[in-house]
Ligand binder design. Structure first.
Ligand SMILES: [Zn+2]
Length: 384
């Protein structure tokens, strides 16, 4: 079930890799064990409309769920059905989270109804105006071969390629500047993109959500399906889109961390700058996030305006100081609710974690060695 609540409830956190930011928060939700839905919907059931009600979940969700009610519940009064389904949904979203989601929805609405976009053409995706032809061609062909043609993989799991047209970068930069001006003039208190950046803006909050959704669905997911299938790349279904701004009078650098994403797209929009390179240090699961880096995992990436780098969110990284000028990057954290749900049931080994793989190899070597010793012993003992 992909509820809006469950998608939005994640804090936009970049988890610092060193330090103590890895606490696990557990919540105890009320349990209505007697309330069950049926797996198979009653297809010919005509659901009620819930559009006239002020609810914490989408009215459409209730209409959709209604067909999954047990037979005895299908024809009872609407408010009884509503209560039954609500009880079930509440198991998935604690009250504090629902309030937060509601407040955020109002916050976004307030911005969107007051801020006047500078370049309206940015708010819906026009592929030919946004992307360079080589990128478009590769996406249209939609094969590993076509992607490899425009990309290089300078270090395992890190893909770089030319993506955005210079004019698009300029327009997006000026749109962000226009938004920042509006924020400054109106004294509107905005939320910054995440826990580690003091500057920058959440693009989703001022109207670019639909455009970025399409960017993820039609452009990033096809690539991720091929290169990041192990971390849910083929089932990306929500995103957090923002820009970060670096410079002497902005954020200067970014500490070592992992992203709250399955796949991260990072595109440099400009402008003139020096420094600011990304340093990567291997992919790690939660358990191994602070383990040592192997020499083959060390990789530094230098930003080029219009060029993108695509990596798994669990690929540990940071940004070195931008020593002069100003650098603005577009970030799209792509998430998969399916992958996150499945991850809960996975106990000890992550196929995508560098350290898990290393431990596995080590265990195999030990077991091979033990077998060898055992065989040798038998040889010695066996009679001549
Ligand atoms: Zn691991």
């Amino acid at each position: 079930m992909s509820l809006e609540v469950s998608l939005e409830r994640r804090k936009q956190s970049q988890t610092p890799v060193t330090g103590n930011g890895n606490g696990v928060v557990s919540s105890s939700a009320p349990s209505f064990s007697t309330h069950r839905l049926r797996l198979q919907p009653k297809e010919d059931h005509k659901s009620e409309s819930y559009e006239d009600l002020q609810l914490e979940f989408s009215p459409l969700l209730f209409s959709m769920l209604e067909r999954h009610l047990p037979p005895s519940m299908l024809n009872v009064a609407r408010d009884l059905k509503l209560q039954y389904m609500r009880d079930i949904l509440l198991r998935y979203a604690p009250e504090g989270e629902r309030n937060r989601v509601q407040r955020h929805r109002e916050y976004r609405q307030k911005i969107i109804s007051n801020y006047q976009p500078l370049h309206r053409e940015l708010y819906s995706l026009h592929a030919a105006n946004f992307f360079v032809p080589s990128f478009l061609k590769a996406i249209n062909e939609n094969s590993e071969e076509s992607f490899r043609r425009i990309m290089s993989e300078p270090s395992p799991g890190i893909y770089k390629f030319e993506m955005l047209q210079p004019q698009f970068c300029e327009k997006l930069l000026s749109e962000v500047e226009s938004f920042e001006r509006w924020v400054h003039e109106t004294k509107f208190r905005i939320m910054r993109p995440n826990t580690m950046n003091k500057y920058g803006a959440v693009l989703d909050d001022f109207g670019l959500e639909t455009m970025l959704d399409k960017l993820m669905d039609d452009f990033i997911r096809p690539i991720s399906r091929v290169f990041f299938s192990e971390v849910g790349g083929g089932t990306l279904d929500s995103h957090h889109g923002f820009v970060v701004e670096y410079g002497i009078d902005r954020d200067v650098e970014l500490g070592f961390h992992v992203d709250d994403s399955e796949v991260t797209l990072n595109v440099c929009l400009g402008k003139q700058f020096s420094g600011g390179e990304l340093f990567f240090r291997g992919i790690r699961c939660d358990k191994h996030v602070n383990t040592e880096t192997q020499s083959e995992e060390i990789f530094d990436y230098f930003h080029v305006p219009g060029h993108a780098v695509l990596h798994c969110g669990r690929h540990r990284h940071g940004a070195r100081a931008t020593t002069s000028g100003r650098r603005v990057n577009l970030l799209l954290w792509c998430r998969s609710s399916v992958f996150r749900e499945l991850k809960k049931y996975q106990k000890d080994f992550s196929s995508w974690c560098g350290e898990c793989q290393r431990e596995k190899r080590e265990r195999q070597l030990i077991s091979i060695d033990a077998t060898k010793q055992e065989l040798l012993k038998r040889e010695v003992k066996s009679p001549p």
